[in-house]
Design a protein around this ligand. Structure first.
Ligand code: DGL
Length: 258
């Protein structure tokens, strides 16, 4: 069974991609809604939370882990791999960076939480990739932290006029920089993808880190079918509503404490 975790409901973008391809896949999802957002916390705190999230999933039968959170992927992947050396651990950053490199004409924008942007995880992976080095003179990277996007998504403010204004405000520098590819470096952001794509324009290729990681997960071999379990560390009245709309099926969240 796959264990999937995020700081909140953003990781459901990974679940949605997974269900598109494997509607019966067995998984356990944990959203740490009691402590979201992770993106404005220190790396030490995010590492501690990520280790606790993974421990919960493993105790409940996970045999592989998907870090459905860019922030935790950026700062806690190494610690998780050290803690679970025998478990396949999928982080979202390497696959999204690879997908961006495959389509870009040289101007890559990256948006994410403060912690993800400050970690330079995407930049390091992009710059160390051979296709980046070979075509180096043509490449430019532009980054932008968008700390307001996660609370908007957690609140379900996906189409409100305030959300549109914040999207425009945060993405203006990347639009002015004429990026041709934009990495959604936070698993919450695909819920805002229609607004983001509209503001950036059709010619900008939007890379969804949730889609990128699921492609790698599916390529690794057949997945077991079975139970699909959803846990949150805090239950908010509208979470099931957002999940139903996003996944196109009803979801029951169980509350856990740890
Ligand atoms: N969805 C997460 C990410 O991909 C977490 C954002 C947050 O909690 O700040 O970064």
């Amino acid at each position: 069974m796959i264990g999937i975790f995020d700081s909140g409901i953003g990781g459901l973008t990974v679940v949605r991609e997974l269900l598109k391809h494997q509607p019966e896949a067995a998984f356990i999802y944990l959203g740490d809604t009691a402590r979201t957002p992770y993106g404005n916390k220190s790396p030490e705190t995010v590492v501690r939370y990520a280790l606790e999230d993974a421990a919960f999933l493993v105790q409940h039968g996970a045999t592989s882990i998907v870090i459905a959170c860019n922030t935790a992927s950026a700062v806690a992947s190494d610690e998780l791999r050290r803690a679970y050396p025998n478990l396949p651990i999928y982080e979202v950053i390497t696959p999204a960076a690879q997908d961006a490199l495959a389509v870009t004409h040289g101007r890559i924008g990256i948006i994410g939480t403060r912690a993800t942007i400050n970690s330079k995880a995407y930049e390091n992976i992009l710059k160390s990739s051979s296709s980046f080095v070979i075509r180096h003179s043509k490449f430019e990277i532009y980054t932008q932290a968008c700390p307001l996007f996660v609370p908007l998504v957690e609140e379900g403010w996906l189409k409100d006029s305030e959300t549109k204004r914040i999207v425009r405000y945060c993405l203006a520098p990347l639009r002015q920089a004429h990026v041709d590819t934009l990495i959604l470096g936070c698993t919450h952001y695909p819920l805002l993808a229609p607004l983001i794509q509209r503001f950036m324009g059709k010619r900008v290729k939007v890379i969804d880190s949730a889609r990128s990681v699921v492609t790698r997960l599916l390529a690794a071999g057949p997945l077991k079918t079975g139970e699909q379990l959803y846990y949150l560390t805090d239950l908010l009245a509208h979470s099931e509503d957002i999940a139903r709309k996003w996944l196109g099926r009803s979801v029951h969240f169980e509350r856990v404490k740890f």
